[in-house]
Write a protein that binds this ligand. Structure first.
Ligand SMILES: NC(=O)c1ccc[n+]([C@@H]2O[C@H](COP(=O)([O-])OP(=O)(O)OC[C@H]3O[C@@H](n4cnc5c(N)ncnc54)[C@H](O)[C@@H]3O)[C@@H](O)[C@H]2O)c1
Ligand SMILES: [Zn+2]
Ligand SMILES: [Zn+2]
Length: 368
């Protein structure tokens, strides 16, 4: 079929919205009509050429939600008409990682996905017979996509898809960092560095876990106001003195849980140093620049602090994204506050510009 999609032709150049061919889903694959898609930093990171593993031409986009249109052979878990959220982090439910509660890093299709192919090593996207590669296994800057069944979370049809799409990446990443990776205990003190989509999600996750005190740190007063809306009890301006400020607020000890959601390695270090001696856990969500390293004085670890990394918030997507969406429907998560701009697919490059200008938290593309 013919579809319109935003193609990365060349790194550092605007995406080009154009007509492509999309082949039918093969066995284990699903054709999804996309309804909405958030614009995330990872799309821009790849489009800019900064990502060393990037490739072109490819259809970008990974924060998608839509409706199942058709299924290939042997697809049992979704059917036409189902509402789905796309998962760049799939869940096959069979591999050694999927069967272990300690991780969400499914091993089933990683290699082909990282190369831009569907699991059988080919693409469904093409232009005049030339293959166009998929991105993150999702390619959701498009009217339609074909994806593996194991990379789709079936969500309640009651959830508006332009809200549900945020659960495809940033929001679940932050929520999951607090709820899955750190497993914040009720009554605890938490500090979240960064109040973008991920950090705000972490603030909400700490609240849902019953944290007593949630301190959010950012450079933007506007974003700190959003953090208060998500449940932050205190806010602080970021900078070199912030660790001392947190120690002062916590009787000199530091926080039970800290979260880093900036991608800045010096802030990751602050998250370690602001964690409490004895049991403080620093959870790193940010993606650092290529080759950057985290500098930590080992004494912080000897004295009982721990560091955890979190990819997609440790969320096992097919099981847990539907649960998170249900908590949104139950009124526990305020998703509307994150949507700052609504744009069309043709305006996708404007979504990047808004992000670079830190104008709002999320631009959401409506496909229709
Ligand atoms: N682990 C994952 O699976 C995953 C998924 C999505 C995004 N990410 C990463 O998470 C990070 C955050 O993503 P986002 O979309 O929320 O980004 P964002 O750019 O919207 O937010 C980052 C925030 O950090 C703030 N900040 C900058 N310097 C600071 C400082 N010194 N102290 C405190 N705050 C500071 C900025 O003002 C901004 O509000 C990025 O590195 C992104 O790549 C990781
Ligand atoms: Zn993302
Ligand atoms: Zn798996």
């Amino acid at each position: 079929m013919k579809i319109r999609a935003a193609v990365l032709e060349e790194f550092g150049r605007p995406l080009e919205v154009q007509e492509l061919d999309l082949a039918e889903p093969k066995a284990g694959e699903v054709l999804v009509r996309l309804v909405a898609c958030g614009v995330c930093h990872t799309d821009l990171y790849t489009a800019s050429g900064a990502d060393p593993s990037g490739y072109a031409p490819a259809v970008l986009g990974h924060e998608g939600a839509g409706v199942v249109e058709a299924v290939g052979e042997n697809v049992l878990s979704v059917a036409p008409g189902d509402h789905v959220v796309t998962l760049f982090s799939p869940q096959c439910r069979e591999c050694v990682h999927c069967r272990d509660p300690r991780t969400n890093l499914c091993l089933a299709i990683r290699e082909q996905q990282n190369l831009g192919y569907l699991p059988d090593g080919t693409t469904r996207l093409s232009r005049d017979g030339e293959p166009i590669r998929h991105f993150m296994g999702t390619s959701t800057f498009a009217e339609y996509t074909v994806m593996p069944e194991i990379a789709l979370a079936k969500v309640s049809p009651e959830a508006e898809l332009d809200r549900a799409c945020l659960f495809a990446c940033g929001l679940s990443t932050g929520l999951g960092a607090a709820m899955n990776t750190a497993k914040v205990q009720p009554g605890s003190t938490c500090v979240v560095f960064g109040a973008g989509m991920v950090g705000l999600g972490a603030v909400a996750g700490c609240r849902l876990r019953g944290a007593d005190r949630i301190v959010c740190v950012d450079l933007s007063e506007e974003r700190l106001a959003l953090a208060r809306g998500q449940g932050a009890t205190d806010t602080l301006a970021g900078g070199p003195d912030v660790v001392q400020a947190i120690l002062d607020m916590t009787g000199g000890f530091g926080a039970d849980y800290t979260f880093e959601a900036t991608g800045i390695v010096s802030v990751m270090r602050q998250a370690v140093e602001a964690a409490r001696m004895g049991w403080g856990l620093a959870t790193v969500c940010g993606v650092a620049g290529k080759g950057e390293t985290l500098d930590v004085i080992p004494r912080y670890l000897i004295t009982g602090r721990r560091i955890a990394g979190s990819s997609f918030g440790g969320v096992k997507g097919r099981d847990q994204v539907p649960q998170l969406v249900q908590r949104y429907l139950d009124g526990e998560i305020d998703v509307d506050a994150f949507i700052s701009h609504r744009i069309s697919l043709d305006e996708v490059n404007r979504g990047f510009e808004l992000m670079e200008a830190q104008d709002g938290i999320r631009s959401v593309i409506s496909m229709t």
